[in-house]
Design a protein around this ligand. Sequence first.
Ligand code: CO
Length: 151
Amino acid sequence: MPKLRQIVFEGDPILREKAQQVLRFNSVLHELLDDMQLTLKEAKGVGLAAPQVGVSKRAAIVEIEENLYELINPVIIKAKGQKNESEGCLSIPGIRGMVPRAAKLEISAQDRFGQTFRLKAEDLLARAIQHEIDHLEGQLFIDIMVEEVEE
Ligand code: CO
C-alpha cells in the first residue's frame, strides 16, 4: 500500500540540490512513485518532484485530468514559444507568481521500468513539466517569477 510522504518546504537544502540520475528501476523506485502519487493527490497538487519528498533523484510526476505522467530522468528536447502564467508549488505554500515558460515542449524521459519515451506537451502539462524539471535542477519558481500574484 502506498504511504503518504512528508513534503519538504522552501528552506530545506535538498530543494536546492541537483538531483541524481535514476539508475535502478526497481521496487524502491516504484514505491517512491506510488507514494508520490498518493501524496500529490492528498495535497491536491498538479505535480511533484522526488526532491520535494526528500529524495534527491531525477523522478517527477504530473497528474492532470486523471492522466498520470511519471517522468524519470526527463530531458527537454524541444521548446517553443513563451507563455507567462501564474503558478505555485506545494513546497512554497501561500505564494503564486507569474512565470514565463515555453508554451510547447517535447521531452524524452524514462518510465518506471526504464523504457525511454517521448512526450509532446502544451498548456498546463508543458508548464507543469518545466516546473518539475526545474526542481530536479534545484530551481524553484520563485527564482524566475516576474511578479507575485494574489492567491
Ligand atoms: Co514545485
